[in-house]
Ligand binder design. Structure first.
Ligand SMILES: [Zn+2]
Length: 176
């Protein structure tokens, strides 16, 4: 999307008549739909979630900055993609899986952002677990426990075997 901008009041704007084949069609369509809705959401810095009652989408800018990417384009879990994950909850009522288990279920929001990833290119990969794999049982560094957001079938197999992923992943430290 080339025409995307934020105006003086902090509102997200884009030219809905823009003709482009670049980027993701799924993302463009979702953004148009969301903008056309009456309900307005504020974007704030916080642990990523969407609060429909208060009309706030929180994005964890600080955490996203710490991500280390293995074999992946950094935009695959950048602010934009996290935004679309939360937009899918806020506007399209997708749900995340309730069971805290690696590879148990992707949930609607990850399935949605995987469609965007597919249209963005191979280096965006495909997320294969909603929940990150955390090796709490093995080690802890002074930064906390390393967590791995799993991409692709190989990393998923490794995580299910409680091994550090050998495929693509995003590593970050989650604080207790
Ligand atoms: Zn979610």
């Amino acid at each position: 999307m080339k025409s995307i901008e934020v105006n003086e009041e902090g509102c997200l704007l884009f030219d809905k008549n823009e003709k482009t084949k670049e980027g993701s069609r799924v993302a463009r369509k979702a953004l148009k739909k969301a903008i056309n809705r009456k309900k307005v959401f504020d974007i704030m810095n916080g642990v990523s979630e969407s609060d429909k009652r208060l009309g706030i989408i929180y994005i964890d800018f600080d955490e996203i900055e710490t991500f280390v990417f293995k074999g992946l384009n950094a935009l695959t879990e950048g602010v934009g993609m996290v935004f679309f994950h939360e937009v899918s909850h806020a506007f399209f009522h997708t749900k995340d899986p309730v069971h805290n288990k690696v590879g148990h279920d992707l949930g609607g929001a990850v399935k949605f952002t995987n469609k965007i990833r597919k249209q963005m290119g191979k280096d965006f990969g495909q997320k294969t677990s909603y929940y990150p794999f955390t090796r709490e049982q093995f080690y802890k560094s002074e930064k906390g426990y390393p967590s791995f957001i799993i991409y692709g079938p190989q990393s998923l197999r490794d995580a299910k075997n409680k091994q550090k992923p050998t495929g693509n992943y995003i590593m970050y430290y989650h604080q207790e």
